[in-house]
Design a protein around this ligand. Structure first.
Ligand code: AMP
Ligand code: GLY
Length: 429
């Protein structure tokens, strides 16, 4: 079979890599892909992004099914368009993707269906927003309503910072439509975890737990990024918490979407804040929903899947996810992101990448911001690579990943040296 993966980051490389290992797969097309998918034996990059061209390609090549990586095409309705064309595609409809594409929609949805989340109010008027912020006090969180490529959240430690965020988002229009409304939200403290499931509109299949590292520098210092590394499993999610998350968050979310007339299909990612205390009573709140898998969480998660992923997608696409089962590698998978100079600001591109080690069964290098220029591999984006390793312990996975990181060189590279610290004994906040 031939498959299509939409997207070009590390998440899409990891999805394509796992799918391409199925003996049933001839070629995984990746649109647009990156340097890593260009180099892989049974993958092929496609220089197209317009939905109608993707549909024409899928028809012509008899693509068995399409998997969508990023949120933007989902929010733009790529799933609706493929389905209308009679093509199989895994992801939420445009209406269901509002769980990510509108923070206001997601918050109102959670309140309506009693899903635990931070208290909030939505504003379009800057003066009213600021008055509310002053009344609430800091710390407080300001979020642009729409998709803002990871730049739409300000965790303000004082009132001045919060007011400034209001001016930035509601004020000068630099956020465009995404900033036409803001959500002002109660600050939550605790430990964050990513809980990702697959849904077919009726049934749910939970994926392995994971955690990422959002800050640029060691010890969770520096600016927020898309994620500088991730690992799976996340020890903070004990079996007791797992059950609570299903009961208190995932099941009511899927039931609520169905009840609202938007049955959810696709990956659903709940970003959770878990407070301190015993598992039965510690606070558990949804920070955000994403209508896709996480990046870089996908990279370690894909490393741990042992069975044929094409079969899991087929069950999902046929509404039979209750029959699906994933055979998880019991080891820890840990991915270290190597980012370009100046990331998370505008990254420098065009740096030549040297010394990239070959993949081994225990260590795979997923590409994101890379491209092939002749036979040179060059940086082409902020997050460049995610070196992902399996190990019998977090420490062993770290050792394998960092040995490969050390060999990979390009000018201005940045990476954290402490990915996984929370999962080490005594590491948890
Ligand atoms: P989001 O895009 O909503 O996940 O926000 C990005 C990041 O901002 C999260 O991963 C958290 O680190 C932080 N954040 C978001 N909402 C809150 C909140 N209510 N309290 C504290 N931190 C938050
Ligand atoms: N790593 C966070 C995200 O994918 O949203």
């Amino acid at each position: 079979m031939k498959l299509l993966v939409i997207g070009g980051g590390g998440r899409e490389h990891a999805l394509a890599w796992r799918l391409a290992q199925s003996p049933r797969v001839q070629t995984v097309y990746v649109a647009p892909g990156n340097g890593g998918t260009a180099l892989a034996d049974n993958m092929q990059n496609l220089e197209i992004s317009a939905t109608d061209e993707l549909i024409a390609f899928a028809r012509q090549e008899k693509i068995a099914f399409t998997v969508v990586g990023p949120e933007a095409p989902l929010a733009a309705g790529v799933v609706d368009a493929f389905r209308n064309a009679g093509l199989k595609i895994f992801g939420p409809t445009r209406a269901a993707a509002q769980l990510e594409s509108s923070k206001d929609y997601a918050k109102a949805f959670m309140v309506r269906h009693q899903i635990p989340t931070a208290a909030y109010q939505t504003f379009t008027d800057p003066a009213l927003a600021k008055a509310y912020i002053t009344g609430q006090g800091a710390p407080i969180v300001v979020k642009a309503d729409g998709l803002a490529a990871g730049k739409g959240v300000v965790v303000a430690m004082d009132l001045a910072q919060a007011h400034e965020a209001i001016d930035m988002m509601l004020g000068d229009g630099s956020f465009g439509e995404a900033g036409a409304r803001v959500v002002v939200e109660e600050f939550l403290s605790g430990e964050e975890a990513s809980f990702i499931v697959m849904c077919d509109g009726q049934h749910v299949l939970t994926l392995a737990t994971s955690q990422d590292h959002k800050r640029l520098q060691d010890n969770d210092q520096g600016p927020n990024t898309g994620g500088m590394g991730a690992y799976s499993p996340a020890p903070v999610i004990t079996p007791a918490l797992h059950n609570r998350i299903m009961r208190e968050v995932i099941n009511p979310t899927l039931a609520g979407m169905a009840k609202d007339g938007n049955p959810y299909t696709g990956f659903l990612y709940a970003g959770l804040m878990i407070g301190d205390g015993p598992d039965a009573t510690r606070s558990l709140k949804v920070l955000e929903f994403n209508c896709r898998m996480g990046d870089p969480e996908t990279q370690p998660i894909m490393m741990r899947i042992k069975n044929d992923l094409t079969e899991v997608f087929e069950l999902a696409l046929n509404g039979n996810l209750d029959q699906a089962n994933i055979d998880w590698d019991r080891r820890t998978a840990l991915g270290v992101v190597i980012a370009a100079h100046n990331y998370p600001g505008t990254p420098r591109t065009g740096d030549v990448i040297h010394g990239l080690p070959d993949d081994t069964p225990d260590c795979v290098i997923f590409h994101a911001g890379t491209r092939l220029d002749g036979d040179e591999l060059k940086t082409s984006g902020g997050r460049v690579l995610c070196v992902t390793a399996l190990g019998d312990s977090v420490k062993r996975a770290q050792a394998t990943a960092y040995a490969a990181v050390a060999q990979t060189r390009f000018d201005g590279r940045q990476y954290r040296s402490d990915i996984g610290w929370r999962a080490l004994p005594g590491g948890s906040a």
